[in-house]
Structures are given as C-alpha cells and as structure tokens.
Design a protein around this ligand. Structure first.
Ligand code: ATP
Length: 211
C-alpha cells in the first residue's frame, strides 16, 4: 500500500492519490485567481476533514502558514513537484514597454512549458490592464506576487537605469533565474543565473557580414 518515500518515511498510496485531488482543486482555484486557501476549504471540496488535509501535506514538509492557510499557487507547485508533474516554468515579466508587450503577446512560450503568470510596470496607465490573459500589476506588488504566484523566473524589459534595482528585488524575493533584455550588466549573487538577450548587439554583429 506504500509508494514513494519522503525523508525516509513511506507514504501511503491513498495519500498520493489525494495529492492529485488536491492538485486538481488548487488548479481550479488558481484559474479563478484565488491566492490562498485553508485546510478547511480544501477538505470541504473533497469531502475530507481539515485534519486529514493537514496530515497528508505534513508528510512532505511545512506548507501552511498559521492564520493564512496555504498559498494556492505555491502549494500546487509543491504537490506537482512531489508527483513529478512539475514541468511548467512560471515567469514574471517586468517592464511592459514595446518589447515587454511583444513578449506578453508571444504564444511560443506556453508551448515550451513557460507561462508568464504576471507582468509588472510602474506606469499607472498600464497597471490593471490585461494583455493576452496576463494581468499587469503595479511593480510595488512585485515581491508579493512572486510569492503568491510562485514565480521562478524573471524577464527584465525595463529601462537600463531601473534594471539593477529590479534585479536586486527579484533576487531578494527568491528568484534565481533572470532573462535580461536590458542592455546592461547585472550584479547578482553567484547562485543566480542571468542570461542576456541584447537584440542591438545581435544585429550589430550580423551587420559585419553585410560588408
Ligand atoms: P522598450 O524598451 O520595451 O521598447 P519602451 O521604449 O516602450 O520600451 P522603456 O522606457 O524602455 O519603454 O520602458 C519599458 C517599460 O518599463 C515601460 O512600460 C515603463 O513604464 C516600464 N518601467 C520603467 N521603469 C520601471 C520600473 N522602475 N519598474 C517597472 N517598470 C518600469
């Protein structure tokens, strides 16, 4: 009756099965932009008592926050990791200018398992709008949304003078992978990976061959 082990402990198969059920409920909540859920609410949706929910999840670590419950996106991501169905990379885009907007509109990311789950800008005219089903939040909310939307990769498309400050903030919020479209070098800790995409440099190096 036992399946995978967690920290040396055997996990009953019934618990694994319930994890799938939790994941399905959490997915539905996420689609409705619900950010937090209690063990009581989660249990009710499946005909389980809250103690059962807490006991099941406790096999795998400490997920709940006292007085808050569970962060929907974070818990779902953890469950998917436990179940091995965690292939999607959750992306946050900062800076919705011409370039950022093009990236938001591009459908190719989803096909590769990347999903932009939130965008950020400091322009009040852009904040609150939705592009390609992706909400644009005030950049003040960056740290909070990184947490509740379980963002693990940041794309930077802000002006050069804002890039380092934004990089510092996303790193502090726990992001360890940055795709930087801003033509400026970023200073980050050793364990943070930055990839640079500088379109002007790419074109310039190609023009060499035009001669
Ligand atoms: P692009 O360089 O993408 O073509 P653009 O020329 O339209 O953009 P930029 O001035 O480069 O505009 O700014 C890109 C976006 O970043 C804009 O939407 C701007 O409002 C936003 N932005 C500027 N500063 C910040 C900041 N500190 N935090 C978040 N967004 C910012």
């Amino acid at each position: 009756m036992f399946n995978i082990s967690s920290g040396g402990r055997k996990i009953p198969k019934a618990v694994i099965k319930r994890l799938s059920l939790y994941s399905r409920v959490l997915q539905a909540m996420e689609m409705r932009s619900v950010e937090k859920i209690s063990s009581m609410e989660l249990g009710e949706k499946l005909g389980l008592n809250p103690a059962q929910v807490r006991k099941d999840l406790a096999y795998f670590g400490q997920f709940g926050v006292r007085g808050v419950g569970y962060y929907v996106a974070e818990l779902r991501k953890s469950i998917k990791r436990i179940l091995g169905t965690d292939r999607e990379v959750r992306v946050g885009l900062i800076g919705v200018g011409n370039l950022g907007l093009a990236l938001l509109s591009y459908g190719g990311f989803a096909r590769q398992g990347f999903r932009i789950v939130a965008a950020f800008d400091n322009d009040k005219r852009k904040v609150g709008s939705v592009k390609n089903n992706i909400e644009i939040f005030n950049v003040h909310e960056l740290e909070e949304k990184i947490k509740v939307r379980a963002i693990d990769l940041a794309i930077l498309a802000v002006p050069a003078d804002a890039a380092q400050e934004i990089a510092d903030r996303v790193v502090k919020a726990g992001i360890s992978a940055i795709l930087n479209f801003v033509p400026t070098r970023l200073v980050v800790p050793d364990d943070v990976k930055v990839h640079y995409v500088d379109l002007a440099i790419e074109i310039e190096s190609l023009t060499y061959y035009l001669r």
